[in-house]
Design a protein around this ligand. Structure first.
Ligand code: PBG
Length: 337
């Protein structure tokens, strides 16, 4: 055959590494860590094999395990000792994330990012206080069945709580805050709150394009944050939309976000890639709990090689344009690199 072009030439050992376009580094990853104020023992998370909720006393030890793999950043999530309709335990000085942050920043070199949301702290599990019409109802069991399902979170009332929460995390020593509630104006409110209190240097990683996804299922078990009624489709994004994601990112850029996150990752690589093309900000992608759980489930059946598919997944997220990857595979993949 008289072939001029033979792309296989560059796939041979010796040269394939030289021409490889993408690589993974442990410093690309952020490892999520769940700190639970309701327990004094580590509790395995069934739907996320290898992950646990750890008591506050174990937070430092847990973060040290992450650091040993070469991963340098963690994202702290908190499970509070008690909940109320407003989620007040989210911003108290002795809250679970605040306490864990103080200890981890004092005792380790980890870069500590905190998730700023209210769903783990409210009795009804929504990401902010409810609309006035719904207040005072039985939040554990949800509002009356004839309630208007478009009514959930009171956006503007949530902003103040989110700003207070972010400030309390910064006071505890958080290196970066990551608002995930998808309230309109959340980045601006948090930026203003931080700046007013002298935390101008604390960056915001916004969950800018966060979709209303069924891939969050295992996380909601892990963090005990499932809504007790309704769903999050009136604040998280519709999976059908992509131009809207660019609009969300644009608004967050105007409000002062430093890093733009797309979430979930694998089913939304087109969004990661579009944000990468349209904006100059660092792009983060959240390889969520369901993406982790499904690979584990298939591997457990012997249908997939876990190590291979985990690495290939993270590589594809990087190739699509993510600079940072939040992933439950952080430690496993980093230790193999
Ligand atoms: C809180 C929050 C969620 C996740 C991260 N922050 C859950 C949700 O919005 O329901 C999901 C993370 C995961 O699935 O791994 N708002």
């Amino acid at each position: 055959m008289d072939l001029t072009h033979r792309p296989r030439r560059l796939r041979q050992d010796g040269v394939r590494g030289l021409v490889s376009e993408t690589s993974l580094e442990p410093t690309d990853f952020i490892a999520p860590v769940f700190v639970d104020a309701t327990t004094d023992e580590r509790v395995p998370i069934e739907s996320m094999p290898g992950h646990e909720r750890v008591p506050i006393d174990e937070a430092v030890a847990r973060v040290e395990e992450v650091l040993e793999t070469g991963v340098e950043a963690v994202m702290l999530f908190g499970i509070p000792e008690s909940k109320d309709p407003e989620g007040t335990r989210a911003w108290v000085e002795d809250g679970v994330v605040q306490e864990a942050t103080r200890r981890v920043t004092a005792e380790t070199d980890a870069y500590v990012i905190t998730d700023v949301c209210l769903c783990e702290y409210t009795t009804h599990g929504h990401c902010g206080p409810l609309e006035e019409e719904l207040r005072g109802e039985d939040h554990e069991h949800g509002p009356a069945c004839d309630h208007d399902p478009t009514l959930t979170v009171d956006n503007d009332a949530a902003l103040e709580s989110l700003a207070r929460t972010a400030v309390s995390h910064a006071e505890a020593g958080a290196d970066m805050v990551a608002p995930s509630s998808m309230m309109d104006g959340m980045v601006g409110a948090i930026r203003e709150g931080l700046d007013d209190e002298g935390y101008e240097h604390v960056p915001i990683m916004s969950y800018a394009a966060k979709y209303e996804s069924a891939f969050y299922g295992p996380f909601r078990d892990a963090a005990d944050g499932a809504p007790s009624f309704g769903d999050r489709r009136h604040y998280q994004m519709d999976p059908a939309n992509s131009r809207e994601a660019l609009q969300e990112v644009r608004l967050d850029a105007e409000e002062g976000a430093d890093v733009m996150m797309v979430k979930p990752a694998l089913p939304y690589l087109d969004i990661v890639s579009a944000v990468r093309r349209e904006f100059d900000h660092p792009v983060a992608a959240y390889n969520v709990s369901g993406e982790y759980a499904m690979l584990h489930a298939a591997a457990e059946k012997g249908w997939l090689d876990l190590e291979e598919v985990a690495r290939e997944s993270l590589l594809s997220i990087k190739r699509a344009g993510a600079d940072l990857i939040l992933t439950y595979f952080a430690e496993d993949v980093a230790s193999e690199l």
